[in-house]
Design a protein around this ligand. Structure first.
Ligand code: DGJ
Length: 330
């Protein structure tokens, strides 16, 4: 009898703490804004300046890693709450020209014709931002290492903060801050998405915008950008257009004067059975200690066709099945 009691005691001592450890890394059911986000293995998520892509049932999140010679990492999630690390897509060893590189704001889209995932990003060489180039890489599999193709200045223009946008007809565009960030240039890509085919237009010349993020909702394209204050946050602005090639509206304030201490990186549509929500994804940078930077995920609200609003919520709960996003104040 005594022995059975001892066995039970041992079982209790082993499994109680194990249960606690497991529950700590157990499934998350809410997104808490501005705090450290960990993946399902308990590791801090390194995917800043990132973008998202839905492939099958999975949302893929691809962003800056910067640790141990890794430039770009890949995570996936079915619910936008629990993220699984799937691998490093670009590292210092991916190409000889990456040995001293700095890669920012990687974005990936899929090319139906070539069946390749194509990544565009901001490429710097050395310590400062004077290279101001775009770079391109591709892969057959979104979870496998990408082949680095080249870095260049599209049509000779400087190219820093950037994003990719794939339109419903399959045409893809690259947007990037040019002329010391004074201009936002828009390029149409070649059919294989591996090069810039045409400099379509320069948006808000002299407007000094960074951190572009685009989405199409209904009959309108929307673009959010930030001002240029280095790692410090500032007032985000949005603009809209019926045609992607313009005319674009004037820039309109969205969110508060610091965009809730964040800078835009992506607008993520969550297409559910009941509705489609649009999530603003921003980086809450810590310019002094980059790895203390955090993430912000907030629903963008639309009133009428073109009125966009962004409000603070401590926590959000995306429901990928219905498409609804609940907001919690604490
Ligand atoms: C703001 C950009 O948006 C970031 O990606 C980064 O380049 C910082 N500037 C560097 O100061």
């Amino acid at each position: 009898m005594k022995n059975i009691f001892r066995v039970w005691l041992v079982i209790l001592f082993i499994f109680l703490p194990l249960g606690k450890i497991m529950s700590e890394h157990n499934s998350a059911d809410v997104v808490s804004n501005g705090v450290e986000w960990r993946d399902i293995n308990g590791n801090v998520i390194n995917a800043h300046g990132g973008g998202f892509l839905k492939v099958g049932d999975y949302y893929y999140w691809i962003g800056e890693n910067r640790k141990n010679g890794v430039f770009v990492s890949c995570y996936r999630s079915k619910d936008l709450l629990n993220w699984e690390f799937r691998g490093d897509l670009l590292t210092r060893n991916s190409h000889p020209t990456l040995d001293k590189a700095n890669i920012e704001r990687p974005k990936v889209i899929y090319n139906e014709k070539t069946k390749k995932f194509v990544m565009w990003m901001h490429y710097e060489y050395g310590r400062d931002y004077s290279y101001a180039r775009a770079a391109v890489a591709f892969s057959d599999d979104i979870e496998e290492p990408f082949t680095f193709l080249k870095s260049f200045r599209p049509f000779g223009n400087m190219s820093r903060d950037c994003t990719l946008f794939k339109d419903s007809d399959g045409t893809a565009y690259f947007f990037s801050s040019a002329r010391e960030n004074y201009d936002m240039c828009m390029y149409r890509l070649t059919d294989d998405y591996l090069d810039a085919k045409e400099h379509v237009m320069t948006l808000w010349p002299g407007g000094h915008r960074e951190a572009p993020a685009l989405v199409k909702r209904g009959n309108y394209y929307f673009m959010i950008t930030s001002g240029c204050t280095g790692w410090d946050p500032n007032q985000a602005k949005y603009a809209y257009a019926k045609s992607i090639t313009g005319p674009w509206s004037e820039l309109i304030n969205v969110g508060d004067s610091t965009t809730f201490d964040s800078q835009s990186t992506f607008i993520l549509p969550v297409e559910g059975e009941r509705e489609t929500s649009y999530l603003y994804v921003g980086d809450r940078w810590d310019g002094t200690h980059y790895f203390n930077s955090k993430y912000i995920l907030l629903p963008l609200k639309f009133y009428g066709e073109t009125d966009m609003q962004l409000n603070w919520a401590e926590k959000v709960v995306p429901n990928v099945k219905s498409g609804e996003v609940a907001e919690l104040s604490n």
